[in-house]
Ligand binder design. Structure first.
Ligand SMILES: [Zn+2]
Length: 178
């Protein structure tokens, strides 16, 4: 069993978190591409709107609902609700990657979160459904002036968690044309 501390990010965040208003302002100019929608219990979420900052305004219920539609996250949500750790052999590869973090996962108002220690402080990160991974990478890198690797990772880790996020950030930056 790996401890959550081994996965904690220890990078500094000298510039502080970029203001949400700045991010929204920068992102408001992003043009939408192919339409994609996810149905939640509250309403239809237009994934393209998420580029424009809607993600910050999604309700807890919408988050929970989006997570419940994710086939990797769904069994973890059930397991936490039942307070029963799933057995690895019953899980897919992607699910067992998330299982490593099971002890740090919590349900906060129905939203699957991970409690992470960052710079000595506890940060409650929302566990990101895979449908939102590219949105988040786009939003917290392309839309905010192409910050460096550590800064991009830090902006994301202040809010979200998914297994392999560091690798995904690295890949995103390698493919970045700027
Ligand atoms: Zn870039």
């Amino acid at each position: 069993m790996l401890s959550r501390l081994e996965y904690s990010n220890s990078d500094d965040d000298p510039e502080g978190v970029m203001e949400q208003s700045t991010i929204k302002a920068v992102c408001s100019s992003i043009q939408t591409r192919a339409r994609a929608e996810v149905v939640t219990s509250d309403s239809l979420i237009d994934l393209d709107d998420l580029d424009n900052g809607v993600m910050e305004n999604m309700t807890q219920r919408q988050w929970g609902s989006m997570q419940a539609q994710d086939r990797v996250l769904r069994p973890m949500i059930t397991a936490i609700r039942d307070a029963r750790k799933p057995h690895r052999r019953n899980l897919s590869l992607e699910q067992s990657k998330l299982l490593r973090y099971f002890d740090s996962l919590v349900l906060d108002q129905g939203v699957l979160c991970r409690d992470s220690k960052r710079n000595g402080e506890c940060v409650r990160q929302r566990v990101l459904p895979s449908v939102l991974v590219n949105k988040v990478l786009h939003y917290f890198h392309d839309c905010v002036g192409h910050p460096g690797r550590d800064r991009t990772l830090s902006l994301i880790q202040d809010r979200f968690f998914w297994p392999g996020m560091t690798k995904d950030v690295d890949k995103w930056l390698q493919k970045c044309p700027r």
